[in-house]
Design a protein around this ligand. Sequence first.
Ligand SMILES: [Zn+2]
Length: 106
Amino acid sequence: MKLTDLDPRWVGHGGEGVSDANGNPIPRRERIGIPFDCACGCGSPVFVPFRNPIDGGPAWDKRCTWERTGDSFETLTLKPSILRVKVNGKGCGWHGFVTNGAIQNA
Ligand SMILES: [Zn+2]
């Protein structure tokens, strides 16, 4: 399976009219992470924020753990693997890899 089969999108953040809780404007960021449809077929989206966003800025969330290589959906590699944690019995528990644009189950 390929990442491009799972309707991936680039996500940005901030920009005109967006401010933090203290009213400070948040600068526009591009390509800070990607959502894509879960590879298990459960229908829920997976969101993966990048530790090293494509726009060269800092991670949007300091807890980010996914290192990105590649700057297109066809070449993207994310490390480490992606594990969807089950919480209170909910969640699909999918575990897999995105490597050079391909999806592999763990
Ligand atoms: Zn799933």
